[in-house]
Design a protein around this ligand. Sequence first.
Ligand SMILES: *Cc1c(COP(=O)(O)O)cnc(C)c1O
Length: 360
Amino acid sequence: MARTATAIINLNAIKQNYLHSKSLAAPAKAIATIKANAYGHGAIEVANALTDVADAFGVACIEEAIELRDAGIKQPILLLEGFFTADELEYISENNLWCAIHNQHQLDALKAAKLKQPVNVWLKMDSGMHRLGFLPKEYADAWQQLSNLEQVASITHMSHFSSADDLSSPLTKKQTELFINTIGELPGEISIANSSAVLTKAVKGRNQWVRPGIIIYGSSPIDDDELASPLIPAMTFKAKVISQRTINKDESVGYNGLWTAEETTKIGTVSIGYADGYPRHAENGTPVFINGKKSQILGRVSMDMVMVDLSMFEQQDCIGFDVELWGDNISVNEVANCAETISYSLLCGLTRRVSKTYIK
Ligand SMILES: *Cc1c(COP(=O)(O)O)cnc(C)c1O
């Protein structure tokens, strides 16, 4: 036996979720966003699982793209932030990487580059997120500069929503209008929708490319059962009960004794901690699923272990019981809420110590 801290990744769920996002956005094509090691699920495995269906992949940097090309992935790969240094351009041009251009620095570097193949550029507009992109008043000029370059094969218009997960925010509509109006008569395909905007169908009309990320992994960024229910959680994060004991009333549990028993209670210790990526901020009462029953964590999460309530198994030997931290029975969103974070951060946060098992 070995220590159990496992993520079981359901590749078929990922494929189904991708196809669901495409059906919501049809006839738009979809960039499967697999940056950050496919949100912790394994970029190569996810890309291989999607290779028959994905129109293109999206990553954050060239290192992530090279990993995919080295693994034989043939689809176009969009660098969502473009290049960071000009020496990346040679590889970009020779390996069919699509490249965001979000500022004049990048544009000047592209102008100065001698390339074997022209590059497909995704020209980014800052329509209100204020993170990356040309301002609307600079945008047409940036487009003109690019359209004159022999280094450029095509220009896609790109922007990003700041608040598409907040259905009450007026920003999504405002950003869409500013984006579309600023593009005006400029030719080229357009792309603005992330997962939230795909789920809510926020972009009508001109919308050739969507860029779903988190929904591919089966977590809805929007707290809405109807929108979330077609999504299948792709990751089941599991560990085991490794110890059990019964504690008395008024005895406390774990570092700093954050939880105290109000009556005699059977508790267990589980082989998972923050060094695996289980969040240290998960509060007392964060749900877990033990041997078919819902339970909860007790006290503070430590580096390699966490304690749980076993009072529902009073008469049983619980050593070796399976514990689901999140997956089909406990949604990663629920755990994220209990830890004041988001599912993205939990999924990306699994560490090297967690072994991954893939099922088709
Ligand atoms: C990460 C990312 C996405 C995907 O976002 P989700 O919320 O996971 O759908 C889309 N576009 C850009 C530019 C991104 O950085």
